[in-house]
Design a protein around this ligand. Sequence first.
Ligand SMILES: [Zn+2]
Length: 279
Amino acid sequence: MPAEDGLASAKKSILRLFFGGEAATLAVSVVKEFREFFRLLSPVEAPSEPDVVEIHSHRMPILYRRHARARNYVLRLHHNKTVMVTIPRLGTRKFAREFVTSRKSWLEKQWRILEARRAPPLVLRPGMEILLGGRPVVLELRPQGETWELQFGLERTTVANPAGNLRPALENHLRRLARIHLVRRVRELAREHPSSVKHIVIRNQRSRWGSCSCNGTISLNWRLIQLPDAVRDYIIIHELMHLRELNHSPRFWQEVEKACPDYRAAEEWLKQNSGQVGF
Ligand SMILES: [Zn+2]
């Protein structure tokens, strides 16, 4: 039987697709078609092609693991540059190999996501890129009279020690920018979508974009200025709508959608790219 038949029916039975911290996983259930069952009874041939798959020009070895209790073929991409396939009791290595080939574009997409989620470097040097307003900008160091200036995009700031880590100077500058631009943007959006915001606080939060309290205070992460404008606006609107509904009820999401019809695209952007923010 053509391999595509088996794969086509497997495609319809994708069970889950989720994300771990350092690995992406995809599972399909064992194909139960009669013809496929017949094929499973035939002797297992050794694959003729070498067991590596090329992902964004990285040659990744494929590791096979048979699992007596597994009910699905499970494909896992690890950040340590291996692809792991779990073969269920009734499964074949040949089908597992075809499964990898047929999911190449999924693997490439997950590779990009894992890359984007990698912890950013602690030490920032000239030539590195950071995200600003959703666009990558390169850090450049230029002599400026007696001192040095860090330039990125349209921004400029003085650096005391050009040989050292650029992170402190960069963070100070971006936090200053955030205090001006984010506060102004919150006021604009609060006028557009009437909200009773009383105080705006710009914070250095590690794990959240924003929060709000019932006394009318909105706290925002300064890193919002690194996001595309539409995503930044969505996060602000999300917090403003919490001043109306202090929960994540369907009513809250209705308010969000009315004020920001494209909010799902913003959520998706955050899911895919938030690892690039915070440099
Ligand atoms: Zn919320």
